[in-house]
Design a protein around this ligand. Structure first.
Ligand SMILES: [Zn+2]
Length: 467
């Protein structure tokens, strides 16, 4: 096997991925499969996909014999700081509100920029090793006078590891005591001016509006119902749209969330956000577990997207979003792993496998197809993030590739090997990952990551986070 021949010394961006057993394109329906194919890459973009492409002079070869190729997964909802908060005992057997009070909120103030950097490194590396090339991080470690540097840390680590990052700039400006989970903390929320100034700063410094931009900024208060007074919600939407930034938040994660909204605002959560200009093709919400048919219709007609996070929703006992009905109605669907304090895994393969299975368990085998789940986790993510240059494998698209080694024993006997990562789930070893043609995982290791150092940093960081 010729593997990685001259991959680091060839002319920049000239690469031929050869002999893949199957290529899944991320597209829907009959276009989902490109069969056994080669992929030619030029300057970070896919130039050609076809059976047995000739090698051109000076072109490096990445031999994908025994592998299947997917578009890099697009994770549309994550909280990277939580990579140091897996399986906190007090949060293992409780629902969302108690989990927030026990796991997340008491530790928010303990995340120094150094500890945060370690968590982000762990989280991004874990995502890359599941074949995820784009991460939308809903980041909300912002308090009065604190937090700006953590946004920079996210972009710095993304640069270091080569991941595409969408920073969903979260936070709250409302008195912390307004949120039941925050009552026990002494954190002071930032002011609206602090929030807006930081978003403007982040946009000027990092935001890349290109169709395959590596750095994006999104306006993303932690929740639309708790994080700020309703009147300011509309103002914040106008502020974001005035800068051509997308909008994101959590919505309707539990029955209690819906109950709160009905009692406080006398309407459903989707109606509430509709009344405050928070629906549209430039908006996506995480969870949407508890939504009624009218809310699904409103999301569909406005083309408002959703980040489906079934593992976290199951782990917290929140329920499972009616994604079949939402997809059939035309709601853009994507997948997110959510923070790993409520997942214990930051793997998009695990997420896709569970998404494929859980809807069948609930509603029968016609609920999901492997190709459709791949589409949600790749092209669907690209759509809700407004990154049309990623998420599918086709000429002109960014060369974001996840190359899975399916030569191992557990993959013998597959009649349709392209389905293997999603249908077999973890462990499906990632051999190589490319982001815009740059190799960021090579032979199962994150390029440039000192694992021993990271282990040591993680152990040290945990000392300050355990009770
Ligand atoms: Zn979340």
């Amino acid at each position: 096997m010729v593997h990685n021949t001259n991959a680091t010394t060839a002319p920049a961006g000239a690469l031929l991925v050869r002999n893949a057993a199957a290529v899944m394109t991320g597209r829907a329906g009959n276009a989902a499969r490109a069969g056994a194919a080669d992929i030619r890459i030029r300057d970070g973009r896919i130039a050609e996909i076809g059976a047995v492409l000739p090698r051109h002079d000076g072109e490096a070869v990445l031999d994908a014999t025994g592998c299947v190729v997917y578009p890099g997964w697009v994770n549309t909802h994550h909280h990277l700081f939580q990579n140091l908060l897996k399986a906190v005992p007090s949060g293992m057997n409780v629902g969302l509100e108690q989990w927030l009070a026990a796991v997340a909120y008491p530790r928010l103030a303990r995340f120094t920029p150094e500890i945060f950097r370690t968590a982000v490194r762990l989280g991004m590396a874990e995502l890359l090793l599941s074949g995820t090339t784009t991460c939308a991080d809903h980041h909300y470690l912002y308090h009065h006078g604190h937090g700006a540097e953590t946004g920079d840390v996210l972009f710095e680590v993304a640069e270091e590891l080569g991941m595409r990052l969408v920073l969903c700039r979260g936070g709250a400006i409302q008195s912390a005591s307004d949120h039941p989970g925050m009552r026990a903390t002494a954190l002071v929320p930032e002011t609206l001016d602090e929030m807006l100034a930081d978003i403007e700063r982040l946009k000027a410094r990092y935001h890349d509006a290109a169709a395959d931009g590596l750095r994006r900024v999104v306006v993303a208060p932690t929740t639309p119902t708790f994080s700020l007074p309703p009147a300011l919600l509309r103002e914040l939407a106008a502020f974001g749209r005035g800068m051509d930034l997308r909008l994101h938040s959590h919505l309707s994660e539990t029955d209690n969330y819906v109950k709160f909204c009905r009692e406080k605002y006398q309407c459903t959560p989707v109606q509430f956000v509709a009344d405050h200009d928070w629906l549209g093709p430039d908006v996506w919400f995480a969870h949407l577990v508890t939504v009624n048919p009218e809310e699904v219709r409103m999301l569909a007609v406005t083309n408002t997207g959703m980040a489906h996070c079934p593992v976290s929703n199951a782990r917290l006992g929140s329920g499972i979003a009616p994604v079949r009905a939402m997809a059939d109605a035309g709601v853009p669907i994507s997948l997110g792993v959510d923070g790993v304090a409520s997942n214990e895994s930051g793997s998009m393969v695990h997420e896709a496998n569970f998404a494929w299975l859980v809807h069948r368990a609930l509603g029968g085998a016609a609920q999901t197809r492997v190709e459709e789940v791949i589409h949600w986790g790749t092209a669907g993510g690209a759509q809700v993030l407004g990154l049309p240059g990623i998420g599918t494998l086709a000429p002109g698209q960014s060369a974001d590739l996840a190359i899975y080694d399916v030569s191992g024993l557990r993959f013998h006997g597959f009649h349709d090997i392209g389905t293997a990562p999603v249908a077999a789930g973890e462990p499906t070893p990632v051999r190589d990952v490319l982001v815009r043609g740059r190799q960021v995982v090579r032979d199962g290791a994150v390029v440039g990551l000192d694992l021993e150092k990271l282990r040591r940093e993680a152990r040290e960081a945990l000392v300050g986070l355990v009770d």
